[in-house]
Design a protein around this ligand. Structure first.
Ligand code: SAH
Length: 404
């Protein structure tokens, strides 16, 4: 779309923050702004010195999202270059195979503020989270498709699944609409064999599944966890569609139990097990995992590999204290279920809980349970989910691997 350009003058503090590296400018740090919702604006210091370009939001606390610090006005060439770089990075990972799935665009970290685009084989699923990404959606999508075409890939179907709760901060309605092509649902995607990890096939529901249909961010952590599965009884708690467990089964686990509160997710886990030839090893239990883990520990069940991957416990900074108590308690129960010398894989996807705070909660849990816990890896999201160095908010996933 043709962009109407506006301008925004920052306060002294806004200027300092921006020069300090952070790409978001809060409404309190904007002295004056004249622009349409979502439009590109020229950024000015209090003395009118040019500071670059940003996308304006008329409603959010995050009033401006930086696009460029250069003096030249961003145009289609810039978006094309960013799309090209985003695709090239995933190509370098080897994650753009015909039936593969991965995150193509991860918002600010790929230079597209507010936009997430995931590729599932022939389908693209996008999520727009702010006024700027809504306004630029069609232009950005065209640039991304051009970059994919250069890589010899074409998406036959495109779904706009902009239904995240955070859109409310921007006073944007939720929408789920197929922009193009056949409704590919359910869709089967494949992770090819890589670095000794066998291939995997799984089912995704693009419109009904969590996020854009799947937890792409745990891909490498699932593969890593599977290294400790041979011969083990495996507990996959908060399993969603069962891929930690199925990876473990493929790696030689003797049996796998998936626990989730969603019957739909568990049924998908069963179908996924079937697809990968490990249905005989996989059982499911629909339960509140917090309660169920305690009951199983008390009943004397023990596992050689325990995975706990709960939803975010802290939705805001205010909820952090309660969340840390939750992580401590959950990990106590997980440790109680772990055989001596077993491996616990414990994740937190709370943005507001830092890695240090999360590891402290794990330490407390190990003391509570009198288990010596050796953390031998603490990973983040898979490398198709980059974190912008100057935007700590773009880091959220912590996944600790612990021998206890
Ligand atoms: N491990 C999965 C992702 C898990 S996401 C993967 O690698 O893909 C978190 C899951 O926890 C969701 O499937 C959700 O249905 C489930 N969940 C949320 N609260 C729960 C609870 N109290 N008990 C059991 N499952 C729960």
């Amino acid at each position: 779309m043709a962009d109407a350009t506006g301008q925004a003058t920052l306060t002294g503090r806004g200027r300092r923050r921006l020069l300090g590296g952070h790409p978001w400018i809060y409404a309190d740090d904007v002295h004056a702004a004249e622009a349409e919702p979502g439009a590109l604006v020229r950024l000015l210091a209090p003395d009118e010195a040019p500071l670059g370009w940003a996308l304006f939001s008329s409603k959010s606390r995050i009033a401006l999202r930086l696009v460029s610090r250069a003096s030249a006005e961003p145009d289609e060439t810039l978006w094309r270059a960013r799309a090209h770089a985003a695709v090239a990075h995933r190509r370098a990972l080897g994650w753009l195979g015909a039936r593969d799935a991965c995150r193509l665009v991860g918002g600010d970290a790929d230079g597209f503020p507010g936009l997430v685009v995931d590729r599932y084989a022939d389908a693209l699923v996008l999520q727009s989270g702010c006024q700027g990404s809504d306004r630029h959606r069609d232009l950005w999508l065209a640039c991304l498709e051009a970059a994919l075409a250069e890589a010899g890939l074409a998406a036959t179907s495109v779904l706009d699944r902009s239904d995240s709760a955070t859109r409310a901060h921007e006073e944007l309605d939720k929408r789920v609409e197929w922009l193009r092509g056949e409704r590919l649902e359910p869709l089967e995607v494949h992770e090819p064999a890589q670095d000794g990890v066998p291939a995997l096939a799984y089912e995704v529901s693009l419109t009904e599944g969590h996020k854009t249909g799947h937890y792409l961010d745990q891909r490498e952590n699932r593969a890593h966890a599977a290294r400790f599965a041979a011969g083990a009884r495996v507990l996959d708690a908060f399993s969603y569609d069962g891929l930690f467990g199925i990876r473990a089964a493929l790696a030689g686990a003797s049996e796998v139990l998936c626990i989730d509160q969603s019957q739909e997710a568990l049924e998908r886990a069963l179908r996924n097990a079937e697809r990968n030839g490990v249905a005989g090893k996989l059982r499911i239990a629909k339960a509140n995992a917090m309660h169920d883990l305690r009951a199983r520990a008390e009943a004397g069940e023990r596992y050689g590999l325990v995975v706990v991957d709960p939803p975010a416990f802290a939705r805001s900074r205010r909820e952090v204290e309660g969340a840390l108590r939750g992580y401590r308690e959950l990990n106590r129960r997980a440790l109680a279920l772990l055989e001596p010398g077993g491996v616990l894989v414990s994740a937190s996807c709370s943005h507001n809980v830092s890695r240090g705070e999360f590891l402290d909660a794990l330490a407390s849990a190990s003391l509570d349970e009198s288990r010596e816990a050796r953390i031998f890896r603490c990973a983040g999201a898979a490398p198709d989910h980059p974190v912008l160095a100057t935007l700590p908010e773009s880091e959220y996933l912590k996944c600790a691997f612990v021998r206890a």
